[in-house]
Each structure stands twice: as C-alpha cells, then as structure tokens.
Write a protein that binds this ligand. Structure first.
Ligand code: PMP
Length: 391
C-alpha cells in the first residue's frame, strides 16, 4: 500500500494497548487515565438531552458553525472571569472535539517535518502522538516538583522550537504542578522568544489541596500563547467537548484547520452540555469530584508510604488523577508490570511518556478505583516490588 510516511514514526498508544489487557474486572487497574464513572451525572445529562431535543430538535440536529455554540463559548468566557479573574472574550474561544483536537490543530497550523517542539520530560503521550504525526523534532525539559527545569527551558528556547507544550497543573503523567515563581520565570523566558506556548489545562479545576494558581497565559503577556481546556474531567470525556483560547490572527488559522478536519464539533453534544451546565450547579459537581479524588489520592499515598520499599520515590500531587513513581536505577518497570499483571494489578510503565526512553518509572491513576481497591492494589504492587528488589 502506498501509505504516507507520516505515520511511520508515530507509535500506537501503548496505554490503549495496556487497557485491552486490563479488561478483566478482577484486575485492579491504575493504568487508565479515566475519570471516575461513579461521578458521571447521567440523569442530569438525560434531562438536558431530552430538553434540547424536544425544545429545539431542528437546530440541534442541523449543521452548525465551526467556532462553536456561542452560548457555550460565553459560558466558558464567564467561567474564566469568575474562577481565575481572566478576561477572555468569547471571540477568542474555539470549541474543539476534546482538547486532543486542540493539539492536532496546533500541529496542523505550525508543524512541518523537522520542526522543533519542546516537551516536558516525562510528557503527555497524546501530545507526543499528535505532534509526531506532523514530523515534530522533539527536545525535552525535565519536570520536577516545582515545574520545569528553568535552565533547560532557557537552553531549549535558545534553539528556537516552534512550540513549547506544557501542562502546568497536575500534569499527566507526573502529577507535578508549576509553582508561582516558576510560572513567572517561564513567562519571562517565553516573552523573549518567538516560540508559541501550548498550555494544556484539563486538570486545573481538580485541585484538592494547596492554592489555585493562574495559568501561564496570565503571566505571559508578551508571548504568543494558546490555552487548551476541556469538559472531559469535570463533566464527561465521552461528550468529546473541549476548547482553546487564541488571539484573533491565530484563531483565524485554527478555525480554517478545524473546518478541514471536522467542520464543527457536534452541535448536539455542545447544546446538551450547555443545557446541563445552565440547569445544574457545575461548581457543586466539581466539588464532589475533587473531594473523592483527594481521598483516593491520600489513600494511595498512605498505602505507598506504608508498604513500598524505602528506595522508591513518588510525587505527591495536589490535584488531578495521577501520581508518578520512580524506581531505583536498574529496576525495570516493564518487569514489574509483568509481575503485577500476574497478581491482577495494572499500571502504565513510564517509557511511553519519554521521547528518549527510560525504564524505571511508572504512572499510577487514583481517580478510577475505590479506596478499598487502591489499598489492595498498592499492597500487591509492594509485594511485586519487594520480590523484584530481592532478585
Ligand atoms: N491533555 C492532557 C494532558 C490529557 O491528559 C488529556 C486526556 N488524557 C487530554 C489532553 C485530552 O483530553 P480530551 O478528552 O479533552 O481530548
């Protein structure tokens, strides 16, 4: 077949492959990046869908405009003002089919084969895939408990990459968050460069401890920035509704790219979602999710403290859905995975989150398991780790 070479360097998502192996309900899975299904507001969505179909059936089943349903864009603009004090005109908001589409559109608008993209290390797998498809040449900046390594960022920006991709809140996969001094410094470094910041914030509202911080965009006044958002983690990932915030010139290009991709995000889901948002109290809903994830995270951390060997390091997230475990040098998370699956517990070995490979880290998801299963799963993992250390 005369396939395009475009796909040759793009790996199939390792996580989706692992998820296939974890379909067995007996497996305690910390592998997926799934929000808790216990907190999906199914009934409220059923009512919203019924209302929009009976009240406005023709409009919700018709084609619509690429930019997105205006009242939904207004809702997002208002929410930025209310929650973060950010002034974002609704004209600068484009509704996307999940924030994943925002990554695809940015790649389409900016990248030709060989163009530089600076990523966090470890980085979000879906972004690695989206940018790889357009031939990105990756460079990386280490991510730690206070954010990216600033010296590495300065050196990386000096090579003039087209994009710098960052997830400053409760990053996937590490759970790390940039502190305020790091945000200011990142913004200062970006202001002196012509690299475009792609700031991805799907987890920002899922903070269960510490103090909320403004996005990088709020500090990076002189720089070109695009901010991605999503309803996946605060309402439903299956709806596939996200958005991006961009200045007018760039917005024009992104809208053109989106027209070529999918004409517009399903107007039916946009209107159901909007109806859900206006008829229900989103803040109250998010508060319930935050509380549950905070408890699950604490439960996982306590179980890790109580049972993991001392040499194992781990992050302590203030929000989001993941924590990151670093095994001692020489221990393979792949080997741990094989042992763990035999004991019916799963996680994601860390190597797919690196564009340059590494073998001794792993990602644990805490949002999608009950506290009882978290305790049991961590206990089993600890036994596997001790066995591995003893060999
Ligand atoms: N960015 C990051 C950092 C994510 O973790 C995810 C979801 N796993 C996405 C984007 C994609 O989310 P969406 O459902 O909005 O497409």
């Amino acid at each position: 077949m005369r396939y395009s070479p475009r796909l040759a360097t793009v790996k199939r998502s390792y996580i989706r492959e692992i998820l296939k192996a974890t379909q067995d309900p007996a497996i305690i899975s910390f592998a997926g990046g799934l929000p808790s299904p216990d907190h999906f507001p199914s009934q409220a969505f059923a009512e919203a869908a019924h209302a929009v179909l009976t009240e406005n059936g023709a409009a919700v089943l018709q084609y619509s405009i690429t930019e997105g349903y205006p009242p939904l864009r207004e809702y997002i603009a208002r929410r930025y003002a209310d929650t973060l004090g950010l002034d974002v005109p609704m004209e600068q908001i484009l509704i996307t089919t999940g924030s994943q589409q925002g990554l695809d559109l940015m790649a389409k608008v900016f990248l030709d084969p060989g163009d530089g993209v600076l990523m966090e290390r470890p980085g979000y797998l879906g972004a690695i895939q989206a940018f790889s498809l357009f031939g990105a040449a990756f460079d990386t900046v280490d991510l730690g408990p206070t954010g990216v390594d600033l010296a590495q960022l300065e050196a990386g920006l000096a090579k003039k990459p087209k994009l710098f991709y960052a997830v400053p809140n409760f990053q996937n996969p590490s759970g790390c968050t940039y502190d305020e001094p790091t945000r200011r410094e990142v913004a200062r470094l970006l202001a002196g460069s012509d690299t475009v910041l792609v700031e991805d914030n799907p987890y920002g509202e899922l903070r269960f401890s510490g103090t909320p911080l403004p996005p990088l965009r709020a500090f990076a006044q002189g720089a070109c920035t695009v901010l991605l958002g999503s309803f996946s983690k605060i309402a439903s990932p299956g709806m596939r509704v996200g958005w991006l915030v961009a200045d007018p010139d760039l917005m024009h290009k992104l809208v053109t790219a989106k027209q070529a991709s999918d004409l517009h995000t399903s107007i039916f889901t946009q209107r159901v979602l909007h109806r859900f948002l206006t008829d229900n109290d989103l803040d109250a809903h998010i508060a319930v999710i935050r509380k549950a994830y905070g408890e699950r995270c604490q439960c996982m951390l306590q179980a890790i403290r109580a049972s993991f060997p001392e040499e194992v390091r781990y992050t302590e997230p203030e929000g989001g859905m993941f924590l990151w475990v670093q095994l001692p040098e020489g221990l393979s998370s792949e080997r741990l995975f094989q042992k763990a699956i035999a004991r019916k517990v799963a996680f994601v070995p860390g190597h797919p989150f690196y564009v340059d490979g590494t073998a001794n880290s792993l990602r644990l998801n805490f949002s999608n398991s009950t506290p009882e299963r978290i305790e049991e799963g961590i206990h089993r993992l600890a036994e596997c780790l001790k066995e591995l250390l003893a060999t």
